[in-house]
Design a protein around this ligand. Structure first.
Ligand SMILES: N[C@@H](CCC(=O)N[C@@H](CS)C(=O)NCC(=O)O)C(=O)O
Length: 338
């Protein structure tokens, strides 16, 4: 090859690489992410058409919680569905959504254009705004403390959802969701997951999804670190559910605070629904009779349909079928987490 041609090719490659890097850095700057403070953000004004706007995902646990809450109150809202990687694409790290939540998570509730971050904060905010009559919030101060404690116990707290399942039942749920994630992500193209590695604030989340995609469901379920997380999360969840069984017994039921359905039951409903989706009910719920009866009653509430089943995602439905089949053929779980 003539010397001046190879110089030309080299220069062309260098220019393309520099152009690629510039475009990547520009895009990364436009999609910069950061943690956000919890609660109502009075100083932030976002475009809105209705008094309440909900940015949410059909599968996300925290999104279900606020949908159920709004349904209980009969509060109408503008619904904006945001995809997460498990439901098809990283829409939560798009430039548009990062203007709504620079932390790149759902749900985000807007009240007259002001965002409220963190789903447990959203429950409290909605109640304090629309619930003068105390429909979902006990008037009795002792019961109010019980409710607050259980809203906390059903919350998903912190940045690493898998790290501390002992903290709350909400934090024990993501670990138990891994099998569903693995099944869902098998149907998502790899390049879409790689987008998360480039732009997601928490790279290990994207890296974990890529690992699940590359390994496949059955392999994922046999990996030692994964079985470790599953066992630890299931053990922690079993303890949270023992507490709940005891609370339902001492309150006299049918709800956590006795005869009043409260925000605490909203939080618990979606966790139990997650256990249904992951085919964990037999192991964790059916053997606790009071809890099993409670779960039956929860499913009869119209808000369960409005917040959970009306949003059933086909990839989740398929995942549940797949996991049930794996269990029935004895291929999973290899050991009982209890
Ligand atoms: N503590 C937050 C948790 C928010 C959160 O982590 N949401 C998940 C779905 S449940 C999410 O948006 N994940 C997207 C991602 O990490 O890419 C809350 O309660 O709102």
């Amino acid at each position: 090859m003539p010397a001046d041609l190879s110089v030309l090719i080299g220069a062309g490659l260098m220019t393309s690489a520099l152009l690629g890097l510039t475009l990547f850095l520009r895009e990364r700057a436009l999609r910069s992410t950061r943690p956000v403070p919890p609660g109502f953000q009075e100083h932030i004004n976002l475009p809105f058409d209705a008094q309440w706007t909900l940015y949410h995902n059909s599968f996300s646990l925290c999104s279900k919680k606020i949908r159920v809450c709004l349904a209980e109150y009969g509060v109408p809202y503008d619904s904006i569905v945001i995809d997460l990687i498990e439901t098809g694409r990283y829409q939560n790290i798009s430039r548009e959504f990062l203007k709504v939540n620079p932390a790149a998570t759902v749900p985000v509730l807007l009240h007259n254009g002001h965002p409220i971050y963190e789903s447990h904060e959203q429950l409290g905010y909605v109640a304090s705004t629309v619930d003068e009559a105390g429909l979902l919030v006990p008037q009795d101060i002792q019961l109010r403390h019980v409710m607050d404690a259980w809203v906390q116990k059903t919350s998903l707290l912190g940045d690493d959802p898998i790290d501390s399942p002992e903290t709350t039942a909400g934090n024990a749920a993501p670990g138990l969701t891994i099998p569903i994630f693995a099944s869902m992500v098998a149907k998502i193209p790899t390049w879409k997951i790689v987008e998360g590695l480039l732009f997601h604030r928490i790279k290990q989340r994207a890296a974990f999804f890529l690992l699940m995609k590359l390994a496949g469901l059955q392999k994922v379920l046999s990996l030692k670190p994964v079985t470790g997380i599953l066992n630890r999360s299931a053990k922690a969840m079993a303890i949270h559910l023992d507490d709940l069984e005891a609370q339902l017994g001492s309150s006299g039921g049918p709800w956590i605070c006795g005869d009043q359905f409260t925000l605490a039951d909203v939080g618990m409903m979606v966790i139990l629904d997650r256990l249904r989706e992951g085919d964990w009910l037999e192991l964790l719920v059916h053997q606790r009779p009071v809890l099993a009866a409670y779960w039956q009653k929860l499913q009869q509430r119209p808000s369960y349909q409005a917040g959970c089943t009306d949003f059933a995602h086909s990839l989740v439905t398929e995942a549940t079928v797949e996991l049930t089949a794996l269990k029935q053929t004895g291929r999973w779980p290899s050991e009982s987490p209890r």
